[in-house]
Write a protein that binds this ligand. Sequence first.
Ligand code: HEM
Length: 463
Amino acid sequence: MGNLLDLVRTRTPHRLLEGWADDHGLTFRFRPGGQRDVVVTADPVLVDLALRRRPDDFGRDTGMSAVINEIVPHGVFTAEGDRWRRLRKVATQSLNAAYLRQYFTTITKVTERLLRRWEAAAAAGERVDVLDSMMRYTLDVTSGLAMGHDLNSLESTGEGLHRRLPMLFPAFARRINAPFPYWRRFKLPQDHRLDATVREIEALVKERFAHARARVAAGESPANFLEALVKPLENEPGITDEEVFGNVLTMLLAGEDTTSSTAAWALHFLAEHPDIAAKVRAEADEVLGDQRVPGDPATIGRLRYAEAVVHEVLRLQPVAPMAGLQNLRDMTVARSDGRELFLPANTPIVVLTSYGARRDTARFPDAGVFRPERWLDGRLPAEALPFAPFGSGPRFCPGRNLALIEAAMVTSVLGRRFDLAGDRTAGMVHERMSFAAYPVNLHLHVTARRDSRDSANPGSAVR
Ligand code: HEM
């Protein structure tokens, strides 16, 4: 059985592996059942090397990629070699600063909707399921940016994609960890539901694709990711229809669970730390003035404390604290302690990209304490291995800026408007890993605040 049972039992495999690194050293091997040894490393030198020397010397773990490809074929996340280079250019280009400025009205509109939804919950005295709310928010933002489609799951009361899309990450995790690929022989009800969800998204993307083609053919400049995919890049071969579908779905998935989890944790920490919530509020009052929601990217850029809260969340509750890779040929690499490590071709390698976040007390004094101020004095780079919440090297997350905008926006706007109090009736808030790490039992009671500036004018709330 090797170490299989330990891994099967835990809900937080990254914490287990980080604990093993504490006990056995920064680089070690383990054996998950009768399979090949897996090399795990939190050594910043090796983590940097493996992430940076992609796609030529290292690639994503092929077992993981095969499982994802069966559900979401042709996406940039699982592409390798020249195909990845081609798809990566489009992904990066469509998420660059110029496009984000174009998309900003979508983000503002969806944030205004989120605010109204929380105001309604506050007025009704309902507790808020924070992760669900954040998932709807990020899905509405991402579907607008990815294909110009307003899903409006924030105002939807029934079933919808917002209920079904979140099943994809757990499905990846379930299949990656399955003892054998049963779904290739027979399907369980959950596999049928998964197929139905993928078909539903495929139908939606096809419909939007026809619309995008018509717009691009009429000479319109691309206004969303799908339209950017339709318009072939200069000197690049066009993208196939399958690649279009795979990449729109990749965007939806990569942009939803990750950002929603980060924003949800940020609100949890505000509820736990009223002193920090007060600073978020003071900053929002000063920067936003009479605006309910930031109206342009420059305003978001001035919400430095809210962004520091988000960096601190990514330090203590990273969404993607480990990555499964594999070396593409035999190689000997040097570790930070000067010793050499031989890696036969195709060794499964897990890199722990957030190991230093709680342990590097030189960079992070009082590393266990939630303290956004540590990001404000300009000495800390937001990412430096072994703390890389968005990955590193050429495959670094292309959605980082968008994610930071969304999470800082939510932190500032909701933190300003509401008093937040944790609700533990469903149990303690805790973390679970299901391909990405997310909070469980995160519910809040929210009370609409009166603005301190309105104390002379009782009855008027923050505008
Ligand atoms: C807090 C939110 C997010 C976190 C923590 C996060 C983290 C990551 C990480 C760790 C990777 C792997 C990087 C590597 O292999 O070095 C990644 C890849 C990726 N992310 Fe994000 N991400 C977030 C949000 C987003 C958003 C909003 C989008 C787009 C809408 C996005 C799109 C992607 C894509 C397309 C890739 C694949 C890149 C490639 O393989 O070249 N992510 N992300």
